[in-house]
Ligand binder design. Structure first.
Ligand code: ZN
Length: 265
């Protein structure tokens, strides 16, 4: 099981001290609020190697749905996965296509790589071994490719200024090294490019009312819990300005969607 060596500093400000939030810390997990900036995060987050095989998206997503009991007698797990993937694809496509239409577009945590459609050239980074294999094959057919590994590490392998757009959809809440991936995206992006981010909204009314049973809690694969302010703060430290997309619904929305642009361009 996890020991003290796996404990991490605040991913937003790197402060070492944090206070445990008992109500959000089911054994053996340690959810804390940073004593310096207040950022809420899972302190004993698993290593990438553990996530890569044991906590891959396709497994935890199904496990979450099954534990919630939704449709458990009506659909096989496979049918449910396909249905959810189609639904997710519609939502994802609608949300970022307002800004990204062509050029080189990178999807970090791309799953099986269905998101970036022509005339965009698709690129991806995927931690899950099985999903990476599928995504890379698809993307190579369309002139791009997918790298295997953690977003915060592999983002640095792309050429500087290569991308017109970067998408982090349901990804940044999983990433242990938040600043590394944001700084890497800043480097890999053209001066005119933008980053689309969608993460669970820790500041939502739902979370405040429902508490520990809020849908945004997923142990241990969600390791960061953003509010709009903390998302703005980390983006600014990486050299971005932040525009809120879901302006009118944010207080009651379980997700935050933002568009980042380079602040020095
Ligand atoms: Zn902090």
């Amino acid at each position: 099981m996890l020991d003290d060596s796996t404990y991490r500093a605040c991913p937003a400000c790197e402060h070492e001290n944090a206070s445990r939030i008992a109500a959000y810390s089911p054994d053996p997990w340690d959810m804390v609020a940073c004593d310096n900036c207040g950022f809420v995060y899972l302190r004993n987050a698993p290593d990438y190697e553990v996530l890569e095989e044991d906590l891959a998206w396709e497994k935890t997503y199904v496990a979450k749905k099954e534990s919630s009991g939704a449709g458990s007698t009506m659909f096989s797990p496979l049918a449910r996965r396909i249905r959810n993937a189609l639904k997710m694809r519609r939502e994802k496509t609608a949300s970022f296509r307002r800004w990204f239409n062509d050029g080189h577009v990178l999807d970090i945590g791309c799953g099986w790589g269905q998101l970036i459609q022509p005339p965009m050239t698709p690129y991806g980074i995927e931690l899950s071994t099985g999903l990476h294999r599928i995504a890379d094959e698809r993307m190579r057919d369309r002139g791009g490719f997918c790298l295997h590994g953690a977003g915060a590490e592999r983002i640095w392998d792309f050429d500087e200024g290569h991308f017109d757009g970067v998408i982090m959809h349901s990804y940044l809440e999983h990433e242990k090294q938040v600043m590394d991936v944001l700084k890497g995206a800043h480097r890999a992006l053209k001066s005119t490019g933008a980053v689309f981010i969608r993460v669970p909204n820790f500041g939502s009314l739902n979370r405040r009312v429902i508490g520990p049973k809020w849908c945004g809690f997923r142990y241990p694969d969600h390791v960061n819990y953003f509010t709009l302010q903390s998302l703005r703060d980390v983006a600014a430290r990486a050299g971005f300005t932040t525009e809120l997309v879901n302006k009118f619904t944010l207080p009651v929305d379980d997700n935050i969607s933002v568009l980042l642009r380079k602040s020095n361009s």
